[in-house]
Write a protein that binds this ligand. Structure first.
Ligand SMILES: NC(=O)C1=CN([C@@H]2O[C@H](COP(=O)(O)OP(=O)(O)OC[C@H]3O[C@@H](n4cnc5c(N)ncnc54)[C@H](O)[C@@H]3O)[C@@H](O)[C@H]2O)C=CC1
Ligand SMILES: CCCCCC(=O)CC\C=C/C=C/C=C/[C@@H](O)[C@@H](O)CCCC(=O)O
Length: 258
């Protein structure tokens, strides 16, 4: 999709990957309403971005995505692209994590679909859920985070397969980066299991946020390709992936399931 002049709603945009996505979309001429829980960071980002791209093109709202009423109330003209990106990684508060990573992404998708669907007067659109490679592969370091992301792959790909989606005019995609150098990876003890081991294991393949943003922009602008899982890997950029089940020992004997 050509994003120029399009309306975007994006969650978790005050920092990290979401902050970069917001700026990249503005640079291509989109109008962005971004929200976040952290008001001071969000307002600072808004001031900065408005200076560069104009106050009519970018607005910040403080919003807790787990509050359905707050999420519903966010309006900034028509939304052509919805990016459900806010997420946390903290096994100690696993119910809250499911509320943010899964329930809120589902609610955001549902609201966007109702707004966009052509068969009910909307003008179509694109829904992108920021998932993770943790939604595709098992990782013992963070079981609930992993489950929260697996759920979003199931949800997003299921809507994408709906035979009436053509009529509705809405496309669905999952952005699945490998680990990214953001605040999400700064954790306290017990936030994940064997966190130091995870970081040591993942370090050589760790992405910078800009690499993910670049892949995200390709994914948005991609017209073709029915793959809804877009893996982002160090040195490879973004690639459409088929969903695979792997044995308990990891990579051996993957089974292609779609
Ligand atoms: N950093 C990583 O290694 C990876 C991150 N991801 C996913 O990317 C997404 C963005 O994460 P990052 O930019 O890495 O982390 P981050 O921590 O830098 O940014 C996440 C943003 O979401 C916001 N947020 C958290 N809870 C919220 C709530 N209840 N309501 C509204 N906003 C809320 C935070 O305030 C923060 O600004 C998440 O969904 C994460 O799971 C996916 C793969 C790898
Ligand atoms: C503190 C933890 C935060 C977790 C943030 C993430 O979402 C990071 C991603 C989590 C798991 C990543 C698993 C990565 C596996 C790959 O490095 C590789 O094993 C997969 C190979 C893919 C392929 O060959 O197609």
């Amino acid at each position: 999709m050509d994003v120029s002049g399009k309306g975007v709603f994006l969650t978790g945009g005050a920092r990290g990957i979401g902050r970069g996505m917001t700026e990249a979309l503005l640079a291509k001429g989109a109008k962005v309403l971004f929200c976040d829980l952290i008001a001071d960071l969000g307002k600072a980002a808004e001031a900065d971005l408005q200076k560069q791209y104009g106050a009519d093109n970018v607005v910040f709202r403080q919003c807790d995505v787990t509050d359905g009423d707050q999420l519903k109330g966010e309006k900034f003209g028509a939304v052509d692209i919805c990016v459900n990106n806010a997420g946390i990684m903290d096994e100690r508060v696993w119910e809250k994590m499911l509320a943010i990573n899964t329930t809120a992404q589902i609610r955001g998708s549902q609201l966007a679909l109702d707004h966009m669907r052509r068969d009910r007067g909307g003008r179509g659109g694109l829904i992108i859920n920021t998932v993770s490679l943790a939604g595709v592969f098992p990782s013992y370091f963070f079981p609930v985070y992993n489950a929260s992301k697996h759920a979003m792959i199931g949800y997003t790909t299921s809507w994408a397969k709906n035979p009436k989606m053509g009529e509705m005019g809405v496309k669905w995609r999952c952005l699945c980066p490998n680990a990214v150098n953001t605040n999400l990876l700064v954790f306290e003890e017990n936030q994940v299991y064997d966190g130091d081991k995870f970081l040591e294991w993942i370090k050589p393949r760790m992405l910078e946020p800009e690499e993910v943003v670049e892949a995200f922009m390709k994914l948005i602008q991609e017209e073709e390709g029915d793959g809804v899982i877009y893996g982002v890997f160090k040195g490879l950029g973004g690639v459409f992936k088929k969903r695979r089940l792997v044995d308990a020992d990891g990579e051996s004997n993957p089974i292609v399931v779609d």
